[in-house]
Design a protein around this ligand. Structure first.
Ligand SMILES: C[S@@+](CC[C@H](N)C(=O)[O-])C[C@H]1O[C@@H](n2cnc3c(N)ncnc32)[C@H](O)[C@@H]1O
Length: 443
């Protein structure tokens, strides 16, 4: 980010001293997920933190030189990446969920050829499966997959999956994501984000899996066709890895990045591996919950009680002990949460999650600090939380940790309320929660 001098010519200011742009109230993006109409981001709906039109506004606020490098340590489906690319910047993201890193990669990478071939391969496959009378439903399918669709729809989906795997096409990964994105469209149970609830029936949004699959491939082919891939001045990549580890940042030379727009998992929110269980089980990437924990979830920040462990919490506390007052603040929260847990017969281990979460945030901020050039900016969108009614000022604590890694906190602004989904629950605390933008200045 470029430094500017204010009118008086004395105090240096940064573009982020000006007001944070408001999220577009309406328009192309959803406020909380990937856009359903924006090129590339419409390929698969993922809980993204921000839509691409807002990511573009934030990037526009950073005062970047054309062709700057933007980084995102929680890249997800790469909304920041597609926005950075549209604005003429380079991008490197890091994403711990291997399947979502794969999706982000096909959105950003040079395609394997003319996208007309993607459509043609998809249409031929549809014809073949339509003509095929085989019942593809077998007993060894995970129960979640069996319960989400009617037998007829499931048989078609599996026929398409088998055809894609056998095709040997250079477009295989694109066909796979076209089909994975079709699953929730044609499910006959509640499969909204992030929860998949096979016990609740619903009318499928689209009744014909063939035409929906082809429609999705048409969007992909259209977006690839309309993008100017000949301009190779910038590069765009997503590393499948854990951003707490230094090795995941190897593509980014020290002090080479000019900005960061990111949204980490929120503390005590949902688990991104679990949220994509339907797609992972359907494709056979994992078959059991245990496999999910040991593979997909292994590199993720601990943000929920399902992910925590006694050993990891102990080492996180030891790690945080280097952080003076923040360590005391986190330890104090963990004590309050332990007291609350002990008052309940089957209390949840929030007291373990909290140190693990902030220790990971500290490691990621240390890595980000090395990657960013002096005087650049990082914008993070993150929510606070209140497990057992113990208020945790997550954005504030991240800001205080960031100071220990060479950042100044330029702004901390409330963007939207959160947690209203549970407001009817009388047993819940009545603290008001929100999502905030913290603007960090790499000094
Ligand atoms: C709020 S989402 C970000 C979504 C993103 N803005 C997008 O465009 O889709 C947070 C992401 O952080 C990822 N994540 C969690 N722990 C991580 C880690 N240690 N390293 C890298 N990514 C991680 C999750 O898998 C999830 O995709």
């Amino acid at each position: 980010m470029q430094q500017t001098t204010d009118e008086s010519g004395t105090e240096p200011t940064t573009p982020l001293d000006s007001a944070v742009p408001q999220e577009p109230g309406s328009g192309r993006g959803r406020s909380h997920g990937t856009s359903s109409s924006e090129p590339f981001d419409r390929w698969f709906r993922y809980p993204a933190g921000f839509a691409s039109d807002y990511a573009s506004l934030l990037l526009g606020q950073l005062g970047l030189e054309p062709g700057s490098l933007i980084v995102d340590p929680f890249a997800g489906s790469a909304v920041t990446g597609t926005s950075a690319r549209s604005l003429g910047h380079s991008f490197v993201g890091i994403e711990a969920h291997p399947a979502i890193a794969e999706l982000a990669t096909i959105k950003l990478q040079q395609p394997p050829g003319d996208p007309a071939l993607l459509l043609e391969t998809g249409r031929l496959l549809v014809e073949k499966v339509r003509a095929d009378q085989t019942d593809h439903v077998t007993d060894d399918l995970p129960e979640l997959v069996r319960r989400c669709f009617t037998a007829e729809v499931l048989s078609i989906l599996i026929g398409l999956r088998e055809g894609i795997v056998a095709s040997g096409s250079p477009w295989t990964t694109y066909l796979k994501w076209g089909l994975l994105a079709t699953l929730r469209d044609v499910a006959s149970v509640r499969v909204g984000w992030p929860y998949q609830n096979p016990g609740m029936q619903r009318k499928p949004r689209h009744s014909d899996p063939f035409s929906r699959f082809v429609r999705r491939l048409e969007w992909m082919a259209e977006d690839i066709h309309n993008w100017d891939w000949a301009d190779r001045q910038q590069s765009h990549a997503v590393v499948a890895g854990d951003s707490t580890r230094r090795s995941s940042w190897e593509l980014i030379a020290p002090a080479s990045a000019a900005g960061c727009v990111s949204s980490p998992p929120y503390l005590n929110n949902f688990d991104y591996a679990d949220a994509t269980r339907l797609e992972l089980y359907f494709w056979g990437e994992v078959r059991t919950w245990a496999e999910m924990c040991s593979t997909v979830r292994a590199g993720m920040v601990t943000a929920t009680t399902q992910q925590s462990s006694v050993a990891a919490a102990r080492s996180a506390e030891a790690f945080l002990a280097q952080h003076g007052t923040v360590a005391d603040e986190v330890a104090d929260l963990a004590t309050k949460l332990r007291d609350e847990r002990k008052q309940r017969p089957r209390g949840k281990e929030y007291d373990r999650v909290v140190p693990e979460y902030f220790a990971s945030m500290s490691q990621i901020l240390a890595n980000l600090s090395l990657a960013l050039a002096t005087n650049s900016c990082a914008v993070w969108l993150v929510g606070d939380s209140a497990p057992y009614g113990v208020y945790i000022d997550t954005p504030g604590i991240i800001g205080r940790l960031a100071r220990e890694h060479g950042f100044g906190v330029k702004q901390d602004v409330k963007l939207r309320k959160r947690g209203q989904r549970w407001s009817g629950n009388a047993a819940r605390h009545n603290l008001e929660l929100s999502e905030r933008l913290i603007l960090l200045h790499r000094e």
